[in-house]
Design a protein around this ligand. Structure first.
Ligand SMILES: C[S@@+](CC[C@H](N)C(=O)[O-])C[C@H]1O[C@@H](n2cnc3c(N)ncnc32)[C@H](O)[C@@H]1O
Length: 207
């Protein structure tokens, strides 16, 4: 299926869930069965061709449903095809440093502002990200808290309302290739999950 066909068919569903940087596709494949396949469309966008092919093979073997698809493109290009206030949930698990490191924030802040615009009024953005000590030493509690506060402040300034923060963990059902790897080194790799909303009155998130 072409990129345009996928994006257009996605728009006929009541609920749209998009994972940016979807890697080998295991997260969306795992959660696909939680949704009504006639109501919700799950779209994974991955720039790396080999991982994109893995994700297509995975849904052929495991899910076999039309409401989950993957596209091999930069996610910025795909999001540009969606109207403002049209996406229910955006998921980003362990984004590339280009999209989360403090040194690159001038580049990524406008990208997340755009994601906020694309979310429906009661939409959610789930971000799972990690802090790794530069010298590969254990991450101290102080450094973790400084980093966490910087993340919360930055995403609040962008306009997101912080709905839930999960220290050292991820929401139930969230799994990925890199999460499985990072979990083996919990002292030196600290993970945080931020569930953010567009509207502060929103309090009924479920995957
Ligand atoms: C650290 S990996 C995480 C992959 C997966 N979410 C996981 O946890 O296993 C970051 C992923 O983002 C992808 N990526 C980087 N820039 C991207 C872009 N502009 N559009 C789509 N994917 C991108 C990379 O190819 C890589 O697969």
């Amino acid at each position: 299926m072409s990129k345009d066909t996928i994006v257009n068919s996605c728009k006929s569903y009541k609920k749209i869930i998009i994972e940016i940087g979807s890697g080998d596709g295991r997260l969306l494949s795992n959660i696909a069965n939680l949704y009504d396949r006639n109501q919700a469309f799950l779209l994974g966008v991955e720039i790396d061709n080999a991982q994109y092919i893995d994700s297509c093979n995975r849904i052929k073997e495991e899910v076999k449903s039309k409401n989950i698809q993957f596209i091999n493109e930069p996610f910025e290009n795909i999001l540009a095809n969606f109207e403002d206030n049209s996406i229910d949930t955006v998921i980003s698990v362990l984004p590339h440093p280009k999209y989360i490191d403090r040194t690159n924030q001038d580049v990524w802040i406008p990208i997340y502002k755009n994601i906020l615009d694309k979310l429906k009024e009661y939409g959610y953005f789930l971000l799972v990200t990690e802090l790794i000590d530069e010298l590969l030493q254990p991450v101290s509690k102080i450094d973790y808290n400084l980093w966490k506060n910087w993340l919360l402040e930055t995403f609040s300034t962008i306009g997101f309302k912080i709905f839930k923060v999960i220290d050292d963990d991820v929401p139930l059902y969230i799994t990925s290739h890199y999460l499985d790897k990072f979990r083996n080194d919990p002292e030196r790799i600290k993970i945080i999950s931020l569930l953010m909303t567009k509207n502060k009155n929103n309090n009924n998130f479920s995957l």
